[in-house]
Design a protein around this ligand. Structure first.
Ligand SMILES: [Zn+2]
Length: 297
């Protein structure tokens, strides 16, 4: 069930949520995943509690409240709202945001943003960080953003948000407090830094990433590009645009372990209702119970 989120407010100004926005409450993480995504039209998401936006195919007002923005790639339906995002943060006198993008896109993104700044007669204050697969950046609150590889028709990335809690080593799991104390006195390291992938997003990509990017399979929550859902478009059709088909997901359903699976970037050939029907008729029952598509309603 969606719950009202702890919306950031700017003084007296409440957030303006566009109609049709999906809101998914992620119980295990205690955060919301919100957004809208229609292939070729617009994809944007955010986790308000982490002040993190993922893609900005259009920039609704509430997305501008996020101080981190991770762009998966520079197709218009994923990055077209960048200047609008920066302009709204400037309007609200919010802290300069940090934008992460595939390193190969950064020169052109700077040119576009600089041009908008000249049109506005005021340069935008922002930091652009070029990312390669494996690069990490701190998001604050003990969380990190990691760039993941993606296989698309233009330079593209997925992202993972992770934390690194320190936990007692497995071999000492059943040790008594007294033993632990003794071990610590002897200088034995009884704990280790572990990694927990909270959220992973695939970006626009071929399904090949599901065979080589472990974060997509092991995150608590995975948002997976799933452009086509049934025989109305074939797997070959999906490949033309560098995309994933639901058939690809079904084939790999057993290896998709996240407790929440969020298909997004669903083609506009499906109404939201038709998309839900296709998912419920075609996904294996076990994966269907974990499926929360990024669709309105
Ligand atoms: Zn794309």
């Amino acid at each position: 069930m969606a719950r009202p989120n702890s919306a950031t407010t700017l003084g007296h100004r409440p957030e303006l949520a566009p109609s049709g926005m999906a809101q998914i409450y992620l119980e295990r993480l205690g955060v919301h995943l919100e957004g809208q995504s229609v292939a070729g039209v617009e994809t944007w998401m955010r986790v308000p509690e982490w002040s993190l936006a993922l893609d900005v195919g259009r920039c609704p007002e509430l997305l501008s409240r996020c101080k981190h923005l991770a762009l998966t790639h520079a197709h218009m339906d994923h990055a077209g709202g960048l200047a609008q995002y920066l302009a709204m943060r400037q309007l609200y006198a919010l802290e300069a945001p940090t934008v992460y993008a595939p390193a190969q896109c950064c020169d052109e993104l700077r040119v576009i943003v600089d041009a908008w700044g000249r049109l506005h007669r005021r340069a935008f204050d922002w930091t652009l960080v070029g990312m390669q697969p494996g690069d990490e950046a701190p998001l604050g609150g003990g969380r990190w953003l990691r760039a993941l590889p993606a296989d698309h028709v233009v330079p593209a990335l997925g992202y993972a948000v992770l934390e690194r809690p320190r936990r007692r080593k497995a071999e000492f799991a059943s040790a008594t407090p007294r033993t632990l104390k003794t071990l610590a006195e002897e200088g034995v390291t009884i704990s280790e830094v572990t990694e927990r992938v909270l959220l992973a997003i695939s970006g626009d990509t071929l399904p090949t990433v599901l065979d080589r990017v472990p974060e997509l399979l092991t995150a608590e929550v995975v948002a997976m590009e799933t452009t086509f859902l049934d025989a109305r478009r074939t797997v070959a059709d999906a490949r033309i645009g560098g995309h994933t088909h639901l058939d690809d997901i079904i084939q790999r359903a057993d290896s998709i372990r996240p407790n929440v699976f969020v298909p997004y970037h669903i083609s506009q050939i499906y109404t939201p209702a038709a998309a839900r029907v296709a998912l419920s008729e075609r996904l294996p029952p076990e994966l269907l119970t974990r499926c929360r598509p990024l669709l309105p309603g």
